[in-house]
Write a protein that binds this ligand. Structure first.
Ligand code: AMP
Ligand code: FE
Ligand code: FE
Ligand code: ZN
Length: 286
């Protein structure tokens, strides 16, 4: 069984349509794929309609969250929610708020670049995002088009870095609130790439312990942005805390260098995750 529980479509910052994403998953011989766009469920129906026989679809989303550390430092983190009720009012309102905030914040980053003479426009970034939730990768593609950087990943080392002078943070909600909302919506929460250090500061183990007490169900252990020692550490921590340990590619199409199924989840972990869901079940056709 090949199971990838974290992928993106062009409903957020991936480059495949949800239909193409299902085809890519099938071509990679995946048995289970989760669609987890940032702060939106807009790709769910298209993915379900395009689901090929033999592939199981898990509907999810990746919520942009933050945690304020004891030293007052703000840490940005991502929480995967699976199989939650898309009509749960509080969680739905939060997705709408996050998408709206992405618009203003994306525009503010672009304004900073334009003021500094970087040759891109907000209009083009909006076009590249289409109806999807706007993210820094869309700005990255505009930079690539203009020949400012060779690819989106290179843009993240410079113009799009959280350490760049152009950077504007998103107004994300507290991670403990989102864990509570996903649970209230009948879903299952998994901490995405907790030790992806390249992206910025990461939380201490004690925060993961407190999240587990607050209802967090799992942590992503195997992820392309995790070093081998960090994977080993997370595997032990998950075992100690009774958390499900998942693995996933975080595939974004051509916006990232990672292939789908680059990291995968064990069947046991997958079943444990599905068992905890109270709102939705995975979809299988044929
Ligand atoms: P945002 O959600 O707008 O803050 O942008 C963050 C997104 O950028 C992440 O979800 C990834 O999809 C993408 N990203 C982060 N780091 C990199 C990188 N080094 N190369 C390519 N994409 C990245
Ligand atoms: Fe992304
Ligand atoms: Fe993420
Ligand atoms: Zn992701």
């Amino acid at each position: 069984m090949l199971i990838d529980l974290h992928t993106h479509s062009d409903a957020s910052d991936g480059t495949d349509t949800p239909e193409q994403l299902m085809a890519v998953a099938a071509a990679a011989k995946l048995d289970v794929v989760a669609i987890t766009d940032h702060d939106t469920t807009a790709g769910w129906d298209l993915a379900a309609e395009a689901l090929p026989a033999g592939l199981t679809l898990v509907r999810g989303a990746e919520f942009s969250c933050q945690h304020t550390a004891e030293n007052g430092r703000r840490i940005s983190l991502h929480l995967l929610g699976y199989l939650f009720d898309p009509d749960h009012a509080a969680l739905k309102a939060e997705r709408a708020r996050l998408q709206e905030n992405r618009l203003g914040r994306g525009r503010a980053i672009v304004d900073n670049m334009v003021a500094d003479g970087v040759p891109i426009t907000w209009e083009r970034v909006r076009q590249l995002a289409g109806d999807g939730a706007v993210g820094r990768p869309h700005i990255g593609r505009a930079l690539v088009e203009q020949g400012v950087v060779p690819d989106v990943t290179a843009a993240f080392s410079e113009h799009l870095s959280s350490r760049s002078k152009y950077y504007v943070p998103k107004a994300d909600s507290d991670v403990f609130d989102i864990v509570g909302m996903i649970h209230a919506a009948g879903g299952v929460s998994v901490f995405a790439h907790p030790l992806a250090r390249r992206r910025g500061s990461v939380v201490d183990d004690c925060v993961i312990t407190r999240l587990a007490q607050a209802g967090l169900a799992g942590v992503e252990v195997d992820h392309p942005d995790h070093a081998p020692a960090d994977r080993a550490h997370l595997r032990d921590l998950a075992a100690d805390l009774g958390l499900i340990g998942t693995g996933s590619s975080d595939y974004h199409g051509t916006n990232k260098r990672t292939a789908i199924a680059d990291c995968v989840t064990s069947p046991d972990a997958y079943e444990a995750m599905v068992d905890r869901a109270r709102a939705l079940t995975p979809i299988t056709r044929g």
